[in-house]
Design a protein around this ligand. Structure first.
Ligand code: GDP
Length: 562
């Protein structure tokens, strides 16, 4: 604590116990600072040339980035809405708030950045990709419902990420709200409220009525100051992609959050899979800005293609170099995909598969214009699965259909579904070469109908036996190489080369092909009811008078429903 005071951090007295996690973070920050001091000291003693290489790092305070988490229906979205609505600065009021992945609110001249997607799923997805964006988690717990499974999950995710938690006990306006009980349940999962002697800041709020929301914001600011969140500013900007989408007029758009440095208009941005010069930037209120410092979320226009959410970005000097890095990345993927091309099955294995009546799979590569569309479309398509045919999306992505999509589809025998996107010219050529089908849509209903039709086409055809005619054996005579039956056609037609079965007293003796059919001495193709003929069957000669020869055909019946 003394150390903090020394460093000029104002310590409010009612916050007597520091959350262990916060303490740890503060400790780390302190050690960082110690390192800084040491580095600076060394720098002074270093020769000039070396000193120039290691420029002193300038750390400046930055706003906290907050993610709201909690159980479903506990009020996360309502809380975010209330905060956004009531805490836009005066001059911004009336400005159009647009979704750029995060929102900036102000309280007493201090900024707080809220990630727009509440819940630990998005939080963890970003983290899984290596994006540590969140500084503080606000855990929403409804006072009429208490601690629930997702509350615990959220706590675990925040703890795993080492992110301190502030609890918002919500819905206190409800008559059945039970704050005491909620606190008891929180204590049971290790979140002991300050007022009970623990380390956890709990704020009672009503997201719906707005009660306690300012206090919650104060607590966030207070904790953030405590954590001494700082970032380097004199360095090329770095940060993370929050979301990305395609705009018909503006092209690829990336919502980013700056982690360090100051992102400026005209900078060259590089992500794993996209690059470009920042043509324009907009803040969360839709205003054009020329700069975005640490923690600030902005919409960036100018990337050459869609960047993936969670990917890191950095600013580099040369556009040429950026291009080379991205191209090298795609080349690497391409090689990997080629290397893992599935082995072609042998004919025997294929036959075995067909015989075992395994569920067939319709594999899809789905590309859409936005994450929202992708999240909506994939379950719709996969739900079309039946017992016979499984619909499986092997890859989903945002943006135009590119060469890599085609490669993937080709390797996995999938078809490509594009929803509100186009096909890159090179991808088109590649698809033609590889024989990959690409289908483009604008209406979900059309996709569904088409996929259903494709599935019907994949159904195993049913086979149906059609009796062509029946003949009775009246005499048996020997010919070269076997015996033939002298017959009288009872009904239908007997057709040469058709399948036939020989029946004796309703038992089937033999099934085979009608190899010869004669009227008198002539070979004929067909003999109709009421006529006599000679029938020879391939591989059979034990005819007896009175046997019935039934000619039939197996027809494939097309299936028209799933
Ligand atoms: P989420 O699933 O956690 O994002 O929860 P929502 O924000 O969608 O809220 C779920 C329901 O609870 C909605 O019907 C809200 O109107 C309601 N709700 C949220 N906050 C409050 C509150 O403070 N008081 C009351 N009475 N209802 C609330």
């Amino acid at each position: 604590m003394e150390k903090l005071k020394e460093l000029g951090v104002e310590v409010k007295t009612h916050m007597s116990t520091i959350d262990k996690e916060i303490a740890k973070i503060i400790e780390e920050t302190l050690t960082e600072e110690k390192k800084e001091e040491k580095r600076e000291h060394q720098e002074v003693t270093q020769p000039i040339e070396e000193r120039e290489e290691k420029k002193a790092v300038v750390l400046k305070p930055r706003p906290p980035v907050v993610t709201v988490m909690g159980h479903v229906d506990h009020g996360k979205t309502t809380l975010l809405d209330t905060i956004r609505k009531t805490n836009v600065a005066e001059r911004e009021a009336g400005g159009i708030t647009q979704k750029i992945g995060a929102s900036v609110v102000e309280r007493g001249g201090k900024k707080i950045v809220f990630i727009d997607t509440p819940g630990h799923e998005a939080f963890t997805k970003m983290r899984a990709r290596g994006a540590q964006v969140t500084d503080i988690a606000v855990l929403v717990v409804a006072a009429d419902d208490g601690v629930k499974p997702q509350t615990i999950e959220a706590v675990n995710h925040a703890r795993a990420a080492g992110v301190p938690i502030i609890v918002a006990i919500n819905k206190i306006d409800k008559p059945n709200a039970n704050v005491e009980k909620t606190k008891r349940e929180l204590a049971e999962i290790g979140l002991i409220p300050e007022e009970w002697g623990g380390d956890t800041i709990c704020v009672e709020v009503s997201a719906k009525k707005g009660t306690g929301v300012d206090e919650l914001l104060d607590m966030i600011i207070f904790l953030a100051e405590y954590m001494e969140l700082k970032a380097e500013v004199d360095v090329p900007a770095e940060g993370y992609i929050l979301e990305s989408r395609l705009d018909k007029g503006k092209g690829p758009i990336a919502d980013v959050i700056v982690k360090k440095g100051v992102l400026k208009r005209g900078d060259i941005i590089l992500t794993k899979s996209a690059y470009g010069r920042v043509r324009a930037m907009f803040d969360d209120k839709g205003r054009q800005v020329n700069e975005a410092g640490p923690s600030m979320p902005v919409e960036v226009i100018g990337l050459n293609s869609l960047a993936e959410a969670g990917d890191k970005f950095r600013v580099i000097e040369s556009e040429k170099e950026a291009k080379e890095i991205v191209e090298a990345y795609f080349e690497e993927i391409r090689e990997k995909k080629l290397a893992t091309k599935p082995k072609k099955l042998t004919l025997e294995e294929l036959l075995k598969q067909v015989k075992s009546e395994e569920t067939r799979e319709l594999r899809l590569v789905v590309k859409t214009n936005s994450q929202g569309e992708l999240d909506a479309l994939i379950p719709i398509l996969e739900r079309l699965s039946t017992e016979e045919i499984k619909v499986k999306c092997i890859h989903g992505g945002i943006g135009n259909i590119n060469e890599n999509d085609v490669m993937l589809a080709s390797a996995s025998e999938a078809i490509i579904i594009g929803f509100n996107v186009k096909v890159d010219p090179t991808a088109k050529q590649e698809a033609e070469r590889e024989g990959v089908q690409i289908r483009l849509y604008q209406i979900i209903y059309d996709v569904e109908e088409d996929i259903k039709a494709a599935m019907i086409g994949m159904l195993k055809p049913k086979y149906e036996e059609v009796i062509l005619g029946r003949a009775e054996v009246r005499a048996v005579f020997k010919v070269k190489g076997g015996k033939v039956a002298g017959c009288y056609v009872l009904d239908g037609n007997i057709v040469r080369n058709a399948q036939a079965r020989v029946k004796r007293k309703d038992a089937v003796l033999f099934e085979g092909k009608i190899s010869s059919l004669k009227r008198f001495k002539d070979d004929v193709k067909e003999v109709a009811k009421g006529f006599e003929c000679g029938i020879g069957i391939e591989g059979f000669s034990d005819f007896e008078v009175g046997d019935i020869i039934e000619a039939f055909e197996v027809r494939e019946v097309r299936r028209t429903t799933l």
